[in-house]
Design a protein around this ligand. Structure first.
Ligand code: NAI
Length: 261
């Protein structure tokens, strides 16, 4: 199997990719991987100091163009502005990793209206804002593309203290399917990626606790995933390797989501 064979299938040369929530964790790893696969990348996040530093690092390490844009997925104006900057500087993003998310863990009866609203506004409505804007831009440019929404295994199953998070991620799974169904005729594919536990800023404190450690030990793989173990699935969805794959929700979780005990 030659490298040409693989890069023709999975390579992203000539593509512009946008990552929402690129300042840390999974989004930052995705941005680096997309550039390594040949794409120019747009990094969107609120913490612009971090994405500016990451954009410089990406260009230095891969030679690809990288643009940092201020993006708050709860603010439709910044979503539009981020796509405006992307299109003016690099071109229309046709690979979009819709990845910004927060977790507000709480026992169900302790969730406040604000906890519910913040979680839904970022995790579900935020992905809707970015996903619909991405599709509008692709349609206007007459270009097909791929949108990958980062859901979670908590969008498929459930766990204690995750009412708002799991509900938002289940919504992301359904939203991805609805988008896939409507946009197939435009050549825009939409899939949901459902990671198990990966140590990032969203959960590092929890995973260090006794409860977090116990949960990982009881999982089939008995460990958290490594970020590099999430990259191949992302590249498959981003590239033409998955040209007939849309409307799916793929767990990458060491079988965590299928365990019943
Ligand atoms: P993280 O906390 O490092 O990354 C979340 C990113 O979203 C950060 O860059 C954060 O700044 C950004 N973000 C949050 N609110 C935003 C807003 N209003 N506008 C723009 N950006 C915003 O954590 P991680 O793990 O990298 O999370 C990435 C995605 O993966 C999230 O959607 C999360 O729910 C999901 N996920 C993470 C898992 C894990 O075990 N780490 C498991 C399953 C899903």
């Amino acid at each position: 199997m030659s490298n040409d064979y693989l890069s023709e299938m999975f390579g992203l040369s000539g593509k512009v990719a946008l990552v929402a929530g690129a300042s840390s964790g999974i989004g930052a790893a995705f941005a680096v991987a997309l550039a390594k696969a040949g794409a120019d990348v747009v990094l969107g996040a609120r913490r612009t100091d971090r994405i500016e530093a990451l954009a410089a690092q990406i260009t230095e390490e891969t030679g690809r163009k990288a643009l940092a844009v201020a993006l708050d997925v709860t603010d439709a104006g910044t979503v539009k502005a981020a796509f405006d900057s992307a299109e003016a500087t690099l071109g229309t993003p046709t690979v979009v990793c819709n990845n910004a998310g927060i977790a507000v863990p709480n026992w169900a009866l302790d969730d406040s209206e604000d906890d519910w609203d913040r979680t839904m506004n970022t995790n579900l409505k935020g992905m809707w804002r970015v996903g619909t804007e991405a599709a509008r831009r692709m349609l206007a440019a007459g270009k097909p593309g791929s949108i990958l929404n980062t859901a979670s295994i908590l969008g498929l199953g459930n766990a204690p203290q995750q009412l708002t998070y799991a509900t938002s991620k289940a919504g992301v799974v359904q939203m991805s399917k609805a988008m896939a169904l409507e946009w197939q005729r435009h050549g825009i594919r939409v899939n949901a990626l459902c990671p198990g536990y990966f140590v990032t800023e969203i959960n590092d404190v929890f995973l260090e606790t006794d409860l977090g450690q116990k949960m990982l030990r009881r999982s089939p793989a008995k460990r958290a995933g490594k970020l590099e173990e999430l990259i191949p699935a992302m590249l498959m969805f981003a590239s033409s390797a998955s040209s007939f794959t849309t409307g799916t929700a793929l767990p990458v979780d060491g079988a965590h989501s299928v365990a019943i005990a």
